[in-house]
Ligand binder design. Structure first.
Ligand SMILES: [Zn+2]
Length: 93
């Protein structure tokens, strides 16, 4: 993942940083100015994707269970963390 994939969750614009950004380099949203280190931003964006993938899988399993008389599926608790930094994510299931 590169920084160019990461967006500000609030403004939906790409996060900007130095061309030769290092993990400790500060990167920020050009609109609202929210800022963190590249390392933290990438980690949060990766968490966001993991959380989205888990939700999508959970929805899929729930759908399968609904269509079957022999299966019940109880959805686990969702992760309701608010992410500041996100990436475009489309479930591929
Ligand atoms: Zn922003």
């Amino acid at each position: 993942m590169t920084i160019h994939d990461v967006k500000c969750a609030k403004c939906n614009v790409p996060i900007e940083g130095p061309v030769d950004a290092k993990p400790e380099s500060a990167v920020s949203c050009p609109v609202c100015g929210i800022s963190d280190t590249l390392e933290n931003v990438n980690r949060e964006a990766a968490e966001y994707v993991t959380s989205k993938a888990a939700d999508a899988l959970s929805d899929k399993l729930a759908g399968v269970a609904r269509g079957s008389k022999f299966m019940t599926y109880k959805q686990g608790p969702r992760n309701h963390k608010i992410y500041r930094f996100v990436v475009d994510y489309s479930p591929d299931l």
